[in-house]
Write a protein that binds this ligand. Structure first.
Ligand code: AGP
Length: 579
């Protein structure tokens, strides 16, 4: 979703820093962009629709703010792209979030000229108005920010300072040797500094030659607590890969081994799960399928019932939460609004919150009572691969830890890491399969038991990378409706692991084959029901890990064949921070 990058520096390269910062946060998804730089006595703005150019000649300036926009209020037009200016062109703003009451606020503004359809432009004219009565930019921004309804992060400048205020949307400040930076993603700050300040909600700060931080409601000053991170910037760059998605899939064996280095955190969490009166797993999209897998794993391994919900539905069914419940919120970004909102409500009920996230310092991380990092490293492709694998591994290990069999769990995760390596070696085989099925309009994926969530996740991966309509079904549901969709040549992927589901899912494979489907069997052994066989060695309950890697690679190859950039699927953003 929208990205922010701002710089105030003693050097004159602020605009080029902003340009390269915006390039680093491109992965979040956007449809237009813009950069405002303070030159002489006013702001000069360059903006456009579409993606950032590879190169851009920018003026020299000490202060610059930029934005990548994902349209919400108003279409994708140059006028709607941020930064926006006030009437005098001496104030500028970039904004993430939605101002729910912007129409009411706009009605109160008299004599201002609006050039866009955005809620953001209303904010900058409100600040312009406030500057007439308040003594400083900081106060004018604070008063205005308090009048905004909704979850918003704003970065405002008058050319002398940058003022930042936030509630809900993520923002991180960096302190470099030449000045200060602000961004929506900490990784984008790493080329300049490793000293980072993760901003809490309801804070406002001013950056000029120094940095001052305050509560936005009362303007009470507080001491900022910067953290020095040891992250490697190159981990979030493409290196020699053509796409982040491919790079991230190749990193998966190492990610699994990283997870195995953190068994203490898993053991500690297992103790908490054992004591809880009800454990609930929530997440969105891919993370929700990891949560659903948790229900099956906890039942099969730990003989324990845990509940699951997609994040956006949890608020409607969470009346049973108490101060003795445990809510495990699973999120790569730690910023997904449909996870943050139910967590906020659960906190009111004093439910213990666990963050299973990839992002240190994220909103979810900061809100949680117990924090377990996914250990996947920065993930930039919109289609989640290595973070999902890390979710699977952590949840699998947790179920083994609750059963008191963590070592056994660790052994099969290690085995699955080796099997992921073998699957990655079979890319040419998957490429051939992709060529064979790339013209399909529909595709179905069947699994039972542990493989049912894998079928759902595989379908999502194929949808978002190839735009082929793919749907995952529980094998048992076929005769309850889905079988009507099968016609001659319909590709159907069938997961056949060496477990209790084998016979029944093979029967499903035979049923779809009898209706003309092209059956793609993903299994430890071939079967006459398969038209195409992809072998994945049996690693027990962890077979779900290499199985899903097959679907990730197939999605990737389908995207290439269909001339789609797998890293930037249309209409999707990496981090969904607005409802
Ligand atoms: C993953 O492939 C998807 N793009 C998407 O479903 C994603 O998993 C979802 O938006 C949740 O994101 P999170 O893990 O950052 O919360």
């Amino acid at each position: 979703m929208c990205g922010i990058f701002g710089v105030i520096t003693t050097k004159s390269d602020a605009p080029s820093q902003v340009f390269s910062g915006l390039s680093d946060i491109e992965y979040r998804g956007y449809d237009s962009w813009g950069i405002a730089s303070f030159i002489g006595n006013s702001f000069q703005v360059v903006k456009n629709i579409g993606f950032l150019p590879k190169k851009l000649t920018l003026p020299k300036a000490n202060l610059s703010i930029g934005h990548t926009r994902w349209a919400t209020h108003g279409g994708v037009t140059v006028a709607n792209a941020h930064p926006h200016l006030d009437c005098t062109k001496k104030l500028t703003i970039v904004h993430n979030g939605i101002v729910e009451n912007y129409q009411d606020l706009q009605k109160k503004l008299k004599g201002h000229t609006f050039v866009s359809e955005t809620d953001t432009e209303v904010i900058i004219h409100l600040i312009e108005e406030r500057m007439k009565t308040e003594k400083s930019l900081l106060r004018a921004v604070a008063v205005t920010f308090r009048s905004l309804k909704g979850l918003n992060a704003i970065v405002v400048s008058d050319g002398k300072s940058i003022v930042v205020a936030k509630k809900g949307s993520p923002l991180v400040v960096g302190k470099s040797k030449d000045g200060f930076l602000v961004a929506s993603d900490p990784n984008a700050l790493l080329p300049y500094t490793k000293e980072l300040l993760f901003l809490e909600d309801e804070t406002i700060l001013e950056m000029n030659e120094g940095l001052s931080t305050y509560g936005v409601l009362d303007l009470k000053p507080f001491k900022p607590s910067f953290q020095t991170v040891d992250w490697d910037y190159s981990a979030s760059t493409l290196k020699n890969y053509p796409h982040f998605m491919l790079k991230e899939m190749y990193e998966q064996p190492q990610v699994l081994r990283n997870v195995l280095q953190n068994l203490d955190g898993i053991k500690d969490l297992a103790k908490v799960v054992k004591k809880a009166y009800g454990t609930y797993l929530i997440g969105c999209g891919t993370a929700s399928y990891a949560c659903l897998l948790g229900v099956y794993l906890f039942s099969a391994i730990a003989k324990k019932h845990v509940n699951y919900s997609i994040g956006s539905e949890f608020d409607y069914i969470e009346d049973y939460l108490t101060d003795k419940s445990l809510l495990i919120a699973v999120s790569q970004s730690g910023e997904t609004i449909d996870v943050i909102e139910p967590v906020t409500h659960a906190k009111v009920k004093k439910t213990t919150i666990v963050a299973l996230t990839n992002t240190l310092g994220s909103t979810l991380y900061r809100m949680a009572d117990i924090k377990l990092l996914l250990q996947a490293g920065p993930e930039k492709a919109v289609a989640s691969t290595k973070a999902y694998i890390a979710m699977q591994a952590n949840i699998l290990l947790l179920s083994f830890a609750v059963a008191g069999r963590l070592e056994e769990g660790a052994r099969i995760v290690e085995k699955s890491a080796k099997e992921v390596e073998s699957v990655l070696k079979k890319i040419p085989q998957i490429k051939k399969l992709a060529n064979r099925i790339s013209a399909a309009d529909h595709m179905y994926i069947l699994g039972r038991g542990l493989s049912f969530p894998i079928a759902l996740e595989s379908a999502l991966k194929i949808k978002e990378t190839s735009y082929i309509h793919a749907e995952g079904f529980a094998g048992g549901e076929l005769k309850h409706g889905a079988l009507a969709l099968i016609t001659t040549g319909t590709p159907v992927i069938v997961y056949v692991p060496n477990d209790e589901t084998k016979e029944a899912v093979l029967a499903n494979a035979t049923e779809v084959k009898a209706r003309g489907a092209f059956v793609i069997g993903v299994s430890f052994q071939n079967n006459s029901a398969f038209d195409y066989f992809f072998e994945v060695k049996d690693t027990g309950a962890s077979s779900v890990i290499p199985h899903v890697v097959f679907a990730q690679l197939l999605g990737y190859q389908l995207s290439l064949k269909r001339k789609i950039n797998p890293d930037k699927p249309r209409n999707l953003a990496k981090s969904v921070v607005v409802k």
